[in-house]
Ligand binder design. Structure first.
Ligand code: FES
Length: 76
């Protein structure tokens, strides 16, 4: 779906830039080619970006590493 009418940016493009590490909507737009024009879409775009990063604090791995408890996963 189109998020930004001025630049014709889609949600998939904005999420892809966020997955590459961008956390700011304005920066995401610059990465896609043009900065924001009217700015009406920025709050929604930022929500998409925040959704990509909500489970990934800065510098953390993509998925948390879970250590096994003693005996867990052992075959009987
Ligand atoms: S709708 Fe995105 S900058 Fe205008």
């Amino acid at each position: 779906m189109y998020v930004c009418v001025c630049n014709a940016y889609r949600d998939t493009e904005i999420r892809a830039v966020a997955q590459a590490g961008v956390r700011c909507a304005r920066k995401a737009y610059q990465e896609l080619g043009n900065g924001p024009q009217c700015g009406r879409c920025l709050t929604f775009a930022q929500g998409l970006i925040d959704g990509v990063h909500e489970d990934r604090p800065h510098g953390s791995p993509v998925a948390p590493i879970r250590k096994r408890a003693v005996g867990e996963g052992a075959h009987p």
